[in-house]
Design a protein around this ligand. Structure first.
Ligand code: ADP
Ligand code: ZN
Length: 224
């Protein structure tokens, strides 16, 4: 099963991606998480990546592809994966297509989670993240509060606010998203594998409902 999560930052693609990866027992590959772990290791490559991530700019395609390539070569990817944050540009999408073609594999679905910019800013400023790399649960102070303030329900780690989750950086990331990544939506629409989920904060559709909707959709297309 190969699932690609699209959607601007803050649409819940990380959470939905996590749930789908547990459901189908395939790894959740998040380019943002991979970059943050490189930054933490603080080697030369990490420093380079940080220059972009810290200001909300996209890491250049060449570097992104080089790093993701190494991840795709790991053994746990044989039965597929949920991609979250990659591809982010047409060039990355073309790279992925080529890679899959070589292995005679195909993307099953590209999920587009759509939400207005103002609602996104509202969500992200209320986002709290579990920093434990084996957990990475994501919370929201409005509709997914941890049981104990500031503590992860699943693993007990102290929740953090991601460094790039401030309004200025968020607006920049949204601009990027609209400028560059929206072309991806058309790219996949033309390939007829796009599945759009319209969200709004009022209806407060939680990510678990969205994950169930996608799972049902995947079962349906499997049986056609
Ligand atoms: P969000 O989707 O909330 O912006 P991510 O965790 O997906 O956050 O990404 C964080 C940052 O990592 C992005 O703002 C960007 O700088 C960088 N990044 C992540 N994925 C990619 C990618 N595929 N190509 C280029 N840069 C990326
Ligand atoms: Zn946790």
């Amino acid at each position: 099963m190969i699932i690609v999560m699209l959607g601007a930052p803050g649409t819940g693609k990380g959470t939905v991606g996590n749930l789908l990866s547990r459901e189908f027992n395939i790894p959740h590959i998040s380019s943002g998480e991979i970059f943050r772990s490189y930054i933490k290791k603080d080697e030369k490559l990490g420093k380079k990546i940080e220059e972009y991530v810290s200001v909300g700019a996209l890491v250049p395609d060449e570097l992104t592809i080089e790093i993701l390539k190494a991840r795709f070569e790991e053994d746990d990817t044989v039965n597929g994966f949920v991609l979250d944050g990659f591809p982010r540009t047409i060039k990355q999408a073309e790279y992925l297509d080529e890679l899959l073609k070589k292995e005679d594999k195909k993307i099953n679905v590209v999920v587009d989670l759509s939400l207005s910019d103002d609602e996104i800013v509202d969500r992200i400023t209320k986002r709290r993240t579990c920093p434990n790399p084996d957990c990475r649960e994501i919370y929201n102070l409005d509709f997914k509060r941890p049981k104990v303030d500031g503590i992860c329900d699943r693993c007990g780690s102290k929740l953090i606010i991601r460094e790039d989750d401030n309004e200025e950086t968020i607006r920049k990331r949204l601009l990027n998203y609209h400028n560059i990544s929206e072309g991806l939506i058309n790219y996949y629409k033309e390939k007829d594998i796009l599945y759009t989920v319209k969200l709004n904060n009022e209806s407060n559709r939680v990510s678990s409902d969205v994950a169930i909707e996608i799972k049902d959709y995947l079962n349906k297309i499997k049986n056609v």
